[in-house]
Design a protein around this ligand. Sequence first.
Ligand SMILES: [Fe+2]
Length: 192
Amino acid sequence: MIQKNAASGTSTAAPPARPRTAPAGTHTERKAEPHRLFPTKNDLPAATRTRVAELLNARLADCIDLQTQCKQAHWNVKGPNFIALHKLFDDINEDVEEYVDLLAERVVQLGGSAEGTARMVADRTTLDEYPGVADGEDHVDALSSALAAFGKVTRKAIDQVEELEDADTVDILTEISRGVDKWLWFVEAHQQ
Ligand SMILES: [Fe+2]
């Protein structure tokens, strides 16, 4: 087993790939990292593509977090509505997985790098942690809160990207927002 040097955090002499603007491992440091673009013949200005890719990576972290929460609900739900909720939560997961792909692949189309590892997501997500609940009603409450939170930041991203004049990303975000609103309706209908 190869042991890394825990004190220095490095195992090679390679220079840091990106300049550090804050102490290593902090939220600020990760968010402050500049995003380098790969060359592309896409005619959107590089400044636009950089900013949109940053925004999309932020929402990608939220979306991957949301997807794991759908599965968490799918696996752990109990109670008289078990089968209906178990299936519903998996249907939502399938759509959210598609949203994850849409966000990540748009980043790459713009010349950016999709940043969706578990560690990146844990560091960046704006969603609250999923609660340790079992009862169907509690899962309905928890997952509707997560869907609503993601819907809110996605709607905000639509406005932000509209200002940056990237109509295609606006279209992708609108599609996602529309889907999230639909699933929020499906989940909330269980408590209305
Ligand atoms: Fe399953």
